[in-house]
Structures are given as structure tokens and as C-alpha cells.
Design a protein around this ligand. Structure first.
Ligand SMILES: C[S@@+](CC[C@H](N)C(=O)[O-])C[C@H]1O[C@@H](n2cnc3c(N)ncnc32)[C@H](O)[C@@H]1O
Length: 287
């Protein structure tokens, strides 16, 4: 009987640590949607023009202004709309932004209005349900920064994203890097989401210190001076509470996308070991 109990305990432990095998509809998904909704309300910070300039420069370095000029782009998980707006300012012909969160879509629309931009369509919907999106077409650029690993089914999200790339188009995606500490972070995120709200703040204060010191040690730069995205504090909330959470190594991504007929043409490694790797894949021409 003891042997039987020990076997079950071992099985449970293995199941717990092989967190990748949790099914996509694992109960915490909804918690994270709430978390994302609360975060997106802070993205009204686009009024800060410096951030927009930075986003334009990032997009130029990542995809290239000449590659964006006159092209169509789909921004999956557009957040505040900052990159969709930047693409138009860099000369894109037309941009569609989609997001799962109603407040993100509202913020994106307000931000586009603020900059007098009317050739972007923002639409509420999930990349996991492409049929529910009003998108019967392909795009020259499919862009998705820090989104597909938060959907609850990263492989399906990547598969669906590839379906929107035009024949000679590119797929620009940023995905959390695999690291030995990734499963530990996954456990931290699950525990954070299960903690009562009044205690979550303590987690955040604790991790603000831990992440500040770790980032400073790895990059040698002040983590408060950020290159992209939200402020350091909200980044910590997103990082500690951002669940669902998946990750992949560069080789895993190359292998996966090669199977869909894509070739890696540009890669930028994450600044910190568990940060987002940036990939630029090109759809190979059919021979
Ligand atoms: C970390 S934010 C990134 C926002 C933006 N791409 C950026 O770089 O600033 C992740 C965004 O993905 C959206 N998202 C999460 N799951 C999604 C899904 N299944 N379909 C579309 N958007 C989703 C969230 O609502 C959120 O706005």
C-alpha cells in the first residue's frame, strides 16, 4: 500500500512540475483575462509622445521602415495600439489591430483618434478563434509582441497567426525565452493568481526588489529606464501575474515555424534570460 501511495505521490509531483501539460482551459485563464483587463487601463500612457517615438524606432529596427512603407499589417494583441499607430506613422498603408480585452480596444481607438489616424481598424477578438474575427484576408506583416505565449495555447496561437501571413509576407513575433528557471516562474505566477488580492501587493513589492536587482546584475543598466512598454512597476505585475505563461527556445521556434514554411531572417535575444526573444520570420516563396 505504501508503494502504491509513493507511486501516486511521485506521479502528482511529476504532473505538477511538467506544467506545460496543463490543458489550455486550466481554470486560471479567466483570472489572467481579468488581470490583463486591469493592466490595459494603464496603457493610456500613449499620450506620452516619447514612448511613441521609441516605439517607432523599435519597429524600424525590428522590421525596417522600408519594409513597412506601403504594406498592410495585422497587430495581434495590440494592447494600447502603440505599435499599430507607429506602423501607420512609418508609412504602412493599412493596419488592423485585434485584442482580447475590451479596454485595450477602447484605449487603442482613443489613442488612434488622439493622433488623428483613421486607417487603423481595431477589433475585439481572440487569435485562438480566428473565425470569429472579421478578417477574410492576409497581411504583408503579421506582428505580435509578447502576446501568443499568454493565450493559453501558444502553439495554436502561432498556427493561427501564420494563416494571416501573405505569400511573401513576414511574421514578427516576440515570445518568452525558455530558461531553466521558466518552470519556477510558472509556479510563481500560478500561486500569485491564487493569492487573495490584498496579499498580491506584497508579492509585487517583493518581486520589484528581486527583479530590479536581477535585471541590474544581468544588464548593468538601471531597470527603471526602460526601452519599451509599460513602467517598471506594471511590468513587474505583468511578469509575476501574467498567466497563462508559455515559453520556447530559439531552436524550438525555428523548428515549429520551418514546418509552416517560414524561415528565420532576424533574431534578437532577450535582454534578460526569461525575457522575450524577438523573431522575424519570412514566408518562403513556393517553388
Ligand atoms: C503583454 S500585452 C502586449 C501588448 C502589445 N503587443 C505591446 O507590445 O505593448 C498582451 C496583450 O495580448 C492580449 N491578448 C491576450 N490573449 C489574447 C488572445 N487570445 N487574442 C488576442 N489578444 C490577446 C492582451 O489583452 C494584451 O493586450
Amino acid at each position: 500500500m505504501y508503494a502504491c501511495k509513493a507511486t501516486w505521490a511521485l506521479k502528482d509531483a511529476l504532473y505538477f512540475f511538467r506544467l506545460d501539460i496543463f490543458p489550455p482551459d486550466y481554470g486560471l485563464v479567466d483570472v489572467h483575462k481579468i488581470h490583463l483587463n486591469s493592466l490595459s487601463s494603464f496603457w493610456g500612457e500613449l499620450q506620452n509622445k516619447e514612448k511613441l517615438k521609441q516605439a517607432e524606432s523599435d519597429l524600424d529596427k525590428y522590421i525596417g521602415k522600408s519594409e513597412i512603407m506601403g504594406k498592410t499589417m495585422l497587430d495581434i494583441g495590440c494592447g494600447s495600439g502603440i505599435h499599430a499607430i507607429s506602423a501607420i506613422r512609418l508609412g504602412a498603408k493599412e493596419v488592423v489591430g485585434i485584442d482580447l480585452s475590451a479596454s485595450s480596444i477602447e484605449t487603442s481607438r482613443k489613442n488612434a483618434e488622439l493622433f488623428g489616424i483613421d486607417n487603423i481598424r481595431f477589433e475585439l477578438g481572440s487569435i485562438l478563434k480566428p473565425d470569429s474575427l472579421n478578417l477574410n484576408r492576409k497581411f504583408d506583416i503579421v506582428y505580435s509582441w509578447g502576446v501568443l505565449h499568454h493565450t493559453g495555447n501558444m502553439k495554436m496561437a502561432i498556427h493561427n497567426a501564420t494563416q494571416f501571413v501573405a505569400q511573401e509576407g513576414v511574421l514578427a513575433i516576440a515570445i518568452y525565452a525558455r530558461h531553466w528557471s521558466s518552470p519556477i516562474w510558472k509556479i510563481i505566477k500560478i500561486l500569485y493568481n491564487k493569492t487573495p488580492e490584498f496579499l498580491q501587493r506584497l508579492w509585487i513589492y517583493f518581486f520589484c526588489v528581486v527583479i530590479y536587482l536581477a535585471k541590474f546584475a544581468v544588464t548593468g543598466r538601471n531597470p527603471l529606464n526602460k526601452r519599451r512598454g509599460m513602467s517598471f512597476y506594471y511590468d513587474v505585475i505583468d511578469w509575476v501575474g501574467g498567466y497563462p505563461y508559455e515559453y520556447a527556445s530559439r531552436n524550438e521556434m525555428k523548428f515549429l515555424l520551418n514546418n509552416y514554411g517560414f524561415e528565420l531572417i532576424k533574431f534578437r535575444a532577450a535582454d534578460v534570460p526569461t525575457g522575450c526573444h524577438e523573431y522575424l520570420f519570412s514566408r518562403q516563396k513556393k517553388r
